[in-house]
Design a protein around this ligand. Structure first.
Ligand SMILES: *Cc1c(COP(=O)(O)O)cnc(C)c1O
Length: 396
């Protein structure tokens, strides 16, 4: 029987347009989702064109489609294409934004308990190198960032609010727009790591009020590996400089001078994997063609069914927190190590992953967790696949 949301989205078409759906039961969408055929074609066609006519010449032929990629991402985020920079992954985009902020001794960075490891490692680096101060905003009873605590922690020393929207280790969705309201009220820069969000959650940078947003192509957007983007608010572009430049980000105008590009592309480099760029553009267009509201509704509903079904299995405990939860479902099973479960399921062509304390140390330590299983659902997953996964987990 089809559920209501399944009916609304024509899931059989989504699956038939996804070659991987006939090979595996894929619950590792927070790692890298299965690419739809349109994304695969966009990349292969461009690689073949490069091989036939030359890499520079192929980029020239693809120029309009490359430009369209920026427009598509701008539609996805509700911003202008001049506010988008294409980068090779979320971490590079995040670091370019983070190191553009001039943090000095005593400057405070406010972050969240569910902050991603790579971000936190960079906070530790600027704390060590420049004397910046890291302050972690506590979580509220639901597990999300405590908005009132954040408000109380603001003072004249806070230079940056940098948080993770959806963490790698669970269904939590942090209240990004409430954080944005506080950041705006106090005139503090706001960097949002939204790596897990686009493609599963409808995003609007105006509603969120962030100054920077970083994301990756391969996760819920279903784009290629090695693709990502950074949003930079236009008003900031007059004052903010990337930590590194090249001859695409800036023009060498005289012997002793250079001029930065006016748009967010000052955060880019000249060289691109154009096949990946075109694949990313195709992935964004594909997501937009389904509609992000419909996708979000379906992902949340499937994830809810999966959590309920997992909780019915003896020895299984789900570990997702937060007032509103997304498509990332995490759990443990008594007596079993997460990597062993992943390997056992992999033998049955069921892809899940695990998340260790090293990825989100503060949150995991607070909750006494060291290694949890992660089954991240996407809209192309089915109730049948959820049943298969749960039966396999129960049998282990
Ligand atoms: C995956 C992830 C990242 C890193 O993304 P890359 O594209 O691998 O650089 C950053 N933040 C969160 C929350 C993630 O889940």
């Amino acid at each position: 029987m089809q559920s209501v949301s399944e009916h609304k989205m024509d899931i059989s078409r989504a699956r038939s347009e996804t070659p991987g759906c006939s090979e595996v039961i894929h619950f590792n969408n927070a790692g890298a989702a299965l690419m739809p055929q349109a994304v695969i074609d966009a990349q292969i066609e461009h690689l073949q064109l490069e091989a036939r006519i030359g890499g520079y010449e192929a980029a020239e032929v693809a120029r309009d489609r490359v430009a369209a990629c920026y427009t598509s991402i701008a539609r996805l985020l509700n911003c202008s294409s001049a506010e988008i920079a294409l980068v090779e992954n979320a971490t590079v985009g995040w670091c370019l934004a983070f190191y553009a902020v001039d943090l000095k001794a005593g400057d405070r960075i406010l972050t969240t308990e569910a902050e991603y490891s790579s971000n936190y490692i960079n906070y530790l680096k600027v704390a060590r190198d420049r004397g910046a101060v890291i302050d972690v905003v506590p979580s509220d009873g639901s597990g999300q960032l405590d908005i009132e605590a954040l408000e109380r922690m603001i003072d004249g020393k806070v230079k940056l609010i940098a948080i993770t929207h959806v963490p790698t280790n669970g269904g939590l969705v942090n209240p990004a727009a409430e954080v944005g309201r506080i950041a705006r009220n106090h005139g503090i820069l706001y960097l949002l790591d939204a790596c897990q969000s686009p493609g599963q959650i409808a995003l609007d940078v105006e509603a969120i009020g962030c100054d920077f947003l970083s994301a990756t192509g391969r996760k819920y957007l279903r784009g290629p590996r090695g693709s990502g983007f950074l949003y930079v608010r236009k008003a900031l572009l007059e004052t903010i400089e990337p930590p590194m430049l090249d001859n695409h980000a800036a023009v060498w105008t005289a012997r002793d001078r250079f001029e930065l590009r006016p748009d967010a592309r000052r955060f880019e480099n000249w060289e691109f994997n154009y096949a990946a760029v075109l694949g990313l553009g195709a992935a964004v267009d594909y997501a937009l063609s389904w509609g992000l509201d419909a996708i979000e509704e379906r992902v949340i509903s499937l994830a809810g069914s999966l959590r309920t079904a997992l909780e019915e299995i003896p020895g299984v405990t789900t570990t997702d927190i937060g007032a509103s939860k997304c498509g990332i479902v995490t759990f443990t099973k008594d007596g079993l190590e997460a990597p062993d479960v992943c390997a056992a399921l992999r033998k049955q062509d069921i892809n899940v992953s695990n998340s260790t304390v090293k990825s989100t140390r503060i949150d995991m330590e607070r909750r006494g967790l060291s290694d949890i299983l992660r089954a991240s659902v996407h809209y192309y997953n089915t109730d049948q696949e959820i049943k298969r996964l749960c039966a396999a987990v129960a049998a282990l």
